[in-house]
Design a protein around this ligand. Sequence first.
Ligand SMILES: Cc1cc2nc3c(=O)[nH]c(=O)nc-3n(C[C@H](O)[C@H](O)[C@H](O)COP(=O)(O)OP(=O)(O)OC[C@H]3O[C@@H](n4cnc5c(N)ncnc54)[C@H](O)[C@@H]3O)c2cc1C
Ligand code: FES
Length: 511
Amino acid sequence: MANSSSSPSGRDLTQGIALEDIAEDGMVAGHVGGDAVLLARKGGKCFAVAAACTHYGGPLADGLVVGDTIRCPWHHAAFCLRDGAVTRPPALDNLKCWRVEQIDGRVFVREAMPAAQPPTPHIAQAPESVVIVGGGAAGNAAAQTLRLEGYEGPITVWSADTALPYDRPNLSKDYLAGTASPAWLPLRLPAFYAEHHIDIQCDQRVTGLDPQRKEMTLSDGRRERYGALLIATGATPVRLGVPGANLPHVAVLRTLADCNALIARLGNARQCVVVGAGFIGLEAAAALRVRGIEVHVVMRGAHPMERVLGEALGQMLRTLHESHGVSFHVAEVTGIEPHRVRLSTGVDLAADVVLTGIGVQPEVALPQAAGLALDRGVVVNEYLQTSAPDIYAAGDIARWPDPRTGEPIRVEHWVVAERQGVVAARNILGQRRRFAAVPFFWTQHYDVAVNYVGHAEGWDRVDIDGDPAAHACTATYWRNNRRLAVATVGRDLESLRAELAFEEETPVARV
Ligand SMILES: Cc1cc2nc3c(=O)[nH]c(=O)nc-3n(C[C@H](O)[C@H](O)[C@H](O)COP(=O)(O)OP(=O)(O)OC[C@H]3O[C@@H](n4cnc5c(N)ncnc54)[C@H](O)[C@@H]3O)c2cc1C
Ligand code: FES
C-alpha cells in the first residue's frame, strides 16, 4: 500500500521532555534515532507511537486523541496508544510503539516495544466453518478479523474478482493517473492468507444459496456447505442505456480488471468523455488530466456531486476541475459512436474513450434468489444479521438501522464496508456487537480532499463556514434542526471532531 511516511524531524525524544510541555490530550512530534515518533499524553500518562499512519502515511500529529486511541486525520483509522494496535479500519497494520519512562517530571522515550499481542480470543460461538461471499473491503476485513479474534475453523472466501482483495478507492485516483505502482494495490500479499489459513478462491462466482440446507452453489455447479455465512458482494456499475453504450471504447470503473482495461485504452487517447459527475467520474477526470488527456464531463445538474454535497461544494469542485482544464456539459447523452458522444443539447463531443460513472446498484442477485429480505439492498439488523439465521451481510449491499436517526440506510463507502466486515465477523463468533459507526467517506481531486461524516440523504439547510473557493471550509447538513452530516475541505481535524460529536449522540458508536 502507498505510503507518504513522515521523515524524522523535531525533538530527539530520547533526550526527555518536561511533562508540563505536553498538554493533556496533546501531542509532540519528534524522533527516536531514524524513526519519526509521536509522543501523546492521556490522563497524565504518555505514549510513544510511530508518527505516520500505516494506511497512507497520514500525519497522526494532526489527528485526534480519543480515549486511549489516536485517530488519523486523513481517512479516520484509529490505533491504540498503548500498543499501537489498529482499532479501526482503513489501516490494516499496527503502529510501532516505544516504551516511555517518566523521571522527575520529564518524559523519556526508550526502546521500541514488541509488536502488539492479538486480543484475547472471545468466541462465544464457533461455527463449524465460515464462508464469505465477496473478496472486497468487507469480505477481506471479516476474514482477517475472524483470525485476529482467535477463530480456528475453516474460512473460505469466494470472490468473483480475478484478483486478491485490493485497494479499490485507488483505482480512480493514483493508479488510474499512473502515479501508483501496482504493488500498492493488494490489501494483503498471498503469503498473508496462506499464513492465516484463509482460503481465498478468486474468479469463483456463487450463484445459488439454500439457507435451509446451509449450502451454496458455485457457477461451475459445485455445492459447498457453510456453518456461518457473510454476504459481501458489493455493487455493480449501472450501464448507460443509449445506442452505442456497448461499444468497446465505453468503460466502467469498478474492478482492477476494469481499470487495467481502461488504462490500456488510454495509450493513444487524446480525448475522454466522462458520463456522470459523481465521485468516481470526477476522481477519474482528475486522474485523466494528470495523464494529459482532454476531459469532458457530461452531467445532469449544474454542479457535480450536488446530490451528496450540495451546491456550494459542488460549485467548488466544478471550479477546481475547470481550473485543471476539465469541461462540463449539462446534458443527457443520447448516443455513442466510435469516436464521438452525442448530447441532448445537440453538441457532439469527440471521444477516444468514454467512461460512464452514473452510479452503482447493490449486487443482491444471490440474497434475492435465496429469499432474504431486501429493501434497495439487503435488510440487516443492528448486528448485521439478515432475515436468515447464520447469514450476515456487510458493505455496499447492506441496509442497516442508523442509530442516530432510526432510519435504515445503505452507503457505498470503503471505510464503512471494512468496519461492517469487522463487526459481522465478531458477531459470527457470538460477540453481539451493534454496528453503530458513524458513516465516513473521503474523495480526492488533485490535491483537494473532501471528508464527509454522517449521513444526509436530504436536508433543509446547509451551513457553510469558511471559504469553499479557498478549499478551507465546513458544510453542515441539517434537517428539522438536526445535524445530519458534516463535510470538510482542508479541515481534517474538524472532520474528526464532527465524527466524535456524532458518536457521542449514540455512545455505542465508539465500540
Ligand atoms: C473506483 C472506485 C473508487 C472508490 N473510491 C472511494 C473513496 O475514495 N472513498 C470511499 O469511501 N469509497 C470509495 N469507493 C467505494 C468503495 O470502494 C466501496 O464502498 C467498497 O469497495 C464496498 O466494499 P464491499 O466489500 O461492499 O464491496 P466490494 O469491495 O465491491 O467487493 C465485492 C466483492 O464481491 C465479489 N462478488 C460479487 N458478487 C459475487 C458472487 N456472486 N460470488 C462471489 N463473489 C462475488 C466481487 O467480485 C468483489 O470481490 C470507491 C469505489 C470505486 C469503484
Ligand atoms: S492515511 Fe491514515 S487512515 Fe488513511
